[in-house]
Ligand binder design. Structure first.
Ligand code: UTP
Length: 298
C-alpha cells in the first residue's frame, strides 16, 4: 500500500457566502481566534504525516502564498524587541522550504476542477484532500484519523460526521455498509438528498484520501450542480471500480465558510484556550442572561 505523502488544499473559491469580507480578502485567511483558517488545515495535514502540500490558488489569493513565506522584517523586529514567544510561534508554523507548491486554477469552475488542477504535482499516487474552510476541532486531527483507516483498508476514504437528519439536503451524504477497521464501507454517495431519500445522516465533512485514478475522471467530468465540476460526481464514477470507506470523525468540524460556523469555531477555540476561556465564558454567560431578560420582557 502506498503511503499518503501529498495533500491538496484548494483555496481558489470565491467565498460568496462571506461577502462582503471576501471581496478583497480570501475566506481562507479569516482568523479563528488568531490564526487564519488555512493554517489549521496545514497543521492538520503535517500532523497526519503529509510531506508536501499543493495549494490550488486563484486570482486575489496571493496573500496566502505570502503568509506561508518567511517574513525577514517581521522576524528582525521581533528579535530586536525581544518578543521570543511570538518569534518561536511564527517559526514553528512555517512549512519547511520545498514542502509547498502553488498552482493556479485560473477560474473557479468547482471543487472537482480545482482538484484536477493538482494532477501533475500529485502524480500517480494516492493523496489527501483537505477543504480548508472546514476546521477540525477536538481529539486528533480529522485527517490523521482518516489516514489511519486508509492504512487498514486501502482504497479511497472519506471522513464523515452525523448531521441533523432533517438537514441532509445541505450536505453530501454517504450510505452506510459493513463495519471495517473502525469505519464502514460506503454504499452510496448522494449530493444534498431530501431527508426522505437520504441513505443515512452521515455527511462528507471535507477530508478525503483519493486514488490518482480520480484525475482522469475529473478530466472528462460533465458539469453538475451549480454548473460546476463536482468532486462528488467523479467519486461516484470512481466507486464503480474502486472501494470507498468512511471514517466517522471523533471530534467536530466547523464550517468556517459559513458565518454561523465561523462564529461557532471562534467561540469553541477561544473556550479551549487557557489564556482566553475565563473572560470569553463570562461574556457568553452575560449575553445569555441579557438575552433571557429581553425574551421575558417581550
Ligand atoms: P466552497 O464551495 O466551500 O467554496 O469550496 P466557495 O465556492 O469559495 O464558497 P461559497 O459557496 O461561494 O461561499 C470548498 C473549498 O474549495 C475551494 C474553496 O476555496 C474552498 O476552500 N474551491 C472551490 C476552489 O479552490 N475552487 C473552486 O472552483 C471552488
Amino acid at each position: 500500500m502506498k503511503k499518503i505523502r501529498k495533500a491538496v488544499i484548494p483555496v481558489a473559491g470565491l467565498g460568496t457566502r462571506f461577502l462582503p469580507a471576501t471581496k478583497s480578502m480570501p475566506k481562507e485567511m479569516l482568523p479563528v481566534v488568531d490564526r487564519p483558517v488555512v493554517q489549521y488545515a496545514v497543521d492538520e495535514a503535517f500532523e497526519a504525516g503529509i510531506e508536501h502540500i499543493v495549494f490550488v490558488t486563484g486570482r486575489n489569493k496571493a496573500v496566502i502564498e505570502d503568509y506561508f513565506d518567511l517574513h525577514p522584517e517581521l522576524i528582525g523586529t521581533l528579535e530586536q524587541t525581544g518578543k521570543k514567544t511570538q518569534l518561536e510561534a511564527l517559526e514553528s508554523m512555517l512549512p519547511v522550504a520545498g514542502a509547498t507548491s502553488f498552482i493556479r486554477q485560473q477560474s473557479p469552475q468547482g471543487l472537482g476542477h480545482a482538484v484536477w488542477c493538482a494532477r501533475e504535482v500529485i502524480g500517480n499516487e494516492p493523496f489527501a484532500l483537505l477543504l480548508p474552510d472546514m476546521v477540525s476541532f477536538g481529539g486528533r486531527g480529522c485527517l490523521a484519523e482518516t489516514v489511519d483507516l486508509y492504512e487498514r483498508t486501502g482504497g479511497n476514504v472519506i471522513a464523515v460526521e452525523r448531521c441533523d437528519p432533517s438537514e441532509t439536503n445541505k450536505y453530501g451524504i454517504v450510505g452506510r455498509g459493513a463495519e471495517i477497521g473502525g469505519g464502514f464501507e460506503v454504499t452510496a454517495m448522494v449530493e444534498k438528498p431530501a431527508p426522505a431519500n437520504a441513505p443515512s445522516n452521515f455527511y462528507i465533512n471535507g477530508r478525503y484520501i483519493l486514488q490518482p485514478e480520480i484525475f482522469a475522471l475529473l478530466g472528462n467530468q460533465q458539469r453538475g450542480a451549480g454548473n460546476e465540476i463536482q468532486l462528488t460526481d467523479a467519486m461516484v464514477r470512481l466507486s464503480k471500480d474502486q472501494p470507498f470507506f468512511a471514517q466517522p470523525f471523533l471530534g467536530r468540524m466547523f464550517d468556517c465558510g459559513s458565518k454561523e460556523g465561523f462564529i461557532q469555531a471562534n467561540i469553541a477555540f477561544a473556550l479551549a484556550r487557557n489564556d482566553m476561556k475565563g473572560p470569553v465564558f463570562e461574556m457568553l454567560q452575560e449575553f445569555v442572561r441579557s438575552h433571557e431578560r429581553q425574551e421575558e420582557a417581550a
